[in-house]
Design a protein around this ligand. Structure first.
Ligand SMILES: *[C@@H]1O[C@H](CO)[C@@H](O)[C@H](O)[C@H]1NC(C)=O
Ligand SMILES: *[C@@H]1O[C@H](CO)[C@@H](O)[C@H](O)[C@H]1NC(C)=O
Ligand SMILES: *[C@@H]1O[C@H](CO)[C@@H](O)[C@H](O)[C@H]1NC(C)=O
Ligand SMILES: *[C@@H]1O[C@H](CO)[C@@H](O)[C@H](O)[C@H]1NC(C)=O
Ligand SMILES: *[C@@H]1O[C@H](CO)[C@@H](O)[C@H](O)[C@H]1NC(C)=O
Ligand SMILES: *[C@@H]1O[C@H](CO)[C@@H](O)[C@H](O)[C@H]1NC(C)=O
Ligand SMILES: *[C@@H]1O[C@H](CO)[C@@H](O)[C@H](O)[C@H]1NC(C)=O
Ligand SMILES: *[C@@H]1O[C@H](CO)[C@@H](O)[C@H](O)[C@H]1NC(C)=O
Ligand SMILES: *[C@@H]1O[C@H](CO)[C@@H](O)[C@H](O)[C@H]1NC(C)=O
Ligand SMILES: *[C@@H]1O[C@H](CO)[C@@H](O)[C@H](O)[C@H]1NC(C)=O
Ligand SMILES: *[C@@H]1O[C@H](CO)[C@@H](O)[C@H](O)[C@H]1NC(C)=O
Ligand SMILES: *[C@@H]1O[C@H](CO)[C@@H](O)[C@H](O)[C@H]1NC(C)=O
Length: 414
């Protein structure tokens, strides 16, 4: 029973992410287990080499062990936490809290040791980097197992952690995971999220020819049971990279297919993030920031990591100083016209038929939109033409009336 479950997870995970291993971490105190987690995790970590930024992708290895020293069941007054350690000082830490009816992961902490030259070749700094986030979005009822087979990507500092095949329980009262499960929202929507052809050889076709417009996808992030971020848009990537086969720099325009894309992310009071994973080889992260003084929000950051088969090395770019898609709290933002979101000189994202609302979504619906300037200008053209036409009609009418009056007057004088 347990074995077949694990197999199912392995199959699901390998379909979704390539072969990412499932790892079991168990924290015991005395004779009983207080936290147990079966999960797969992969890290995408960006670091500085002498003259460029480099991104490595690491899977949590099955040699990962529980760090007894920094993990705690809570009886010693420290926060309830599970810390897995692998290699020379790399860690994945989950800290939990509960309110008597539910428990959640209230902090995700990653540590990576840049001195590990096997993992971070040519890194120009050394030592352990610690990054953490409170926006994790994993919660379950007490005495139940949190289950989330679907992949979920969580940005943490300069890293992105993608969990999948998660079965986990904290504050355990039994020896093993509770058979009662709290299923994450991503697993509830349509049972299989597995893309049809997960082969890493599906290269985007190089396209000097004009591209079709990208299909409009609908993406959402949930918090508890509620949608907290909504986006509807067609996306097209414009990437310049070094092609392995051509041994040269190429520029490619590639459409994002909503069918082959999974959405995840987090919602906070002033920062919300939408992370899209396309075919397991492209990750795009959108960060929206709300200014709580002015009650305006905007797209402030974009991260794109792409590892396509023809790339001589993965492309990893980010920009956290953007001011795109500005709107007002309580309203959405829309732009039907094409817009180009520039991350760097070499990478931009074209959006089509876009509507987003990263904050204050009520009952799964977009609020009234603030429209982009281009759309407003385009609306203006028919209005101006219309106004000009009615003006013309008016002039003709007046001329006609005056003419008629004159001729009437003419008759009277006779
Ligand atoms: C652990 O189990 C052993 C034998 O089952 C029992 O004697 C011992 O009291 C238990 N210890 C705790 C802390 O429960
Ligand atoms: C790379 O170095 C620059 C300049 O020192 C720094 O601003 C940036 O945060 C570093 N990036 C990473 C991922 O360490
Ligand atoms: C590391 O490289 C970045 C540029 O990639 C540079 O800005 C930074 O100063 C370097 N840091 C050290 C400690 O050499
Ligand atoms: C990129 O993908 C290839 C295989 O498709 C893999 O071997 C390599 O490790 C990946 N690189 C990164 C940084 O993820
Ligand atoms: C980081 O890695 C280096 C080289 O592998 C090792 O000497 C050092 O002890 C590691 N640091 C920690 C905190 O584990
Ligand atoms: C515990 O938290 C959940 C989710 O935030 C909430 O729905 C529930 O009412 C809370 N329960 C108590 C007893 O505070
Ligand atoms: C969880 O189970 C334990 C032991 O069976 C019980 O004492 C506790 O009240 C349960 N908690 C909840 C929230 O159901
Ligand atoms: C989420 O939905 C489930 C099932 O519809 C319900 O039992 C639960 O109370 C809801 N949780 C919250 C936090 O609203
Ligand atoms: C792609 O980007 C290049 C330069 O960054 C630009 O010249 C080109 O027009 C862009 N193509 C599309 C379809 O956006
Ligand atoms: C790629 O191009 C460089 C110079 O442009 C050349 O030195 C190198 O041999 C080429 N590599 C291959 C595999 O063709
Ligand atoms: C996406 O799915 C829809 C219906 O499931 C299908 O009609 C469409 O062709 C698919 N698009 C792609 C790009 O696979
Ligand atoms: C928020 O808006 C106020 C008023 O427009 C402005 O003064 C302030 O600098 C903004 N804060 C940030 C962090 O941008």
């Amino acid at each position: 029973m347990k074995k077949s479950n694990l197999c199912f997870q392995l199959v699901a995970c390998s379909l979704i992410l390539g072969f990412v291993r499932a790892v079991t971490l168990e924290l015991r105190e005395g004779n009983s287990t207080c936290i147990k987690a079966d999960l797969s995790a992969s890290f995408s970590i960006t670091y500085n080499t002498t003259n460029t930024l480099t991104t490595v992708k690491v899977d949590l290895p099955d040699s990962t062990t529980v760090d007894q020293g920094s993990s705690s069941c809570g009886s010693d007054g420290r926060p309830v936490s599970l810390v897995g350690v692998f290699g020379p000082g790399h860690t994945l830490g989950l800290s939990f809290s509960n309110n008597g009816s539910m428990y959640s992961v209230n902090m995700l902490i990653i540590q990576y040791n840049l001195s590990d030259s096997a993992l971070f070749p040519l890194s120009n700094s050394s030592g352990v980097v610690t990054v953490m986030t409170e926006s994790v979005g994993m919660w379950a009822w007490l005495n139940t197992t949190y289950r989330c087979v679907s992949p979920a990507s969580i940005p943490v500092g300069g890293a992105i952690v993608t969990f999948s095949g998660v079965k986990m329980e904290a504050y355990m009262t039994q020896e093993d995971l509770s058979p009662v499960e709290s299923v994450c929202t991503a697993d509830q929507e349509g049972t299989t999220a597995a893309p049809t052809t997960p082969s890493p050889t599906t290269t985007p076709v190089p396209s000097p020819t004009p591209q079709d417009l990208p299909e409009q996808g609908t993406y959402a992030v949930t918090k508890g049971n509620d949608t907290c971020l909504m986006a509807r848009m067609g996306l097209q990537l414009n990437i310049t990279y070094t092609s392995q086969s051509k041994n040269n720099t190429v520029q490619e325009v590639v459409n994002i297919h909503p069918n082959l894309t999974t959405a995840s992310g987090t919602c906070g009071a002033s920062i919300s993030t939408l992370v899209l994973d396309h075919e397991g080889n492209t990750i795009i992260s959108f960060t929206f920031t709300l200014n709580t003084t002015s009650n305006k929000y905007h797209l402030s950051g974009l991260v794109l990591v792409a590892n396509w088969s023809d790339m001589s090395e993965p492309v990893s770019v980010s920009n956290s100083n953007l001011a795109y898609l500005t709107s007002v709290l309580g309203r959405s933002y829309s732009c039907n016209s094409e817009q180009s979101l520039i991350i760097t000189e070499a990478v931009s994202i074209n959006t089509f038929r876009l509507q987003v609302q990263p904050f204050a979504v009520i009952s799964n619906q977009f609020a009234t939109a603030v429209e982009c300037q281009i759309d407003q200008d385009q609306m203006l053209i028919p209005i101006v033409v219309g106004a000009a036409l009615s003006g013309l009609v008016l002039v003709v009418l007046i001329a006609y009336l005056i003419g008629r009056k004159r001729s009437n007057a003419g008759y009277q004088t006779i």
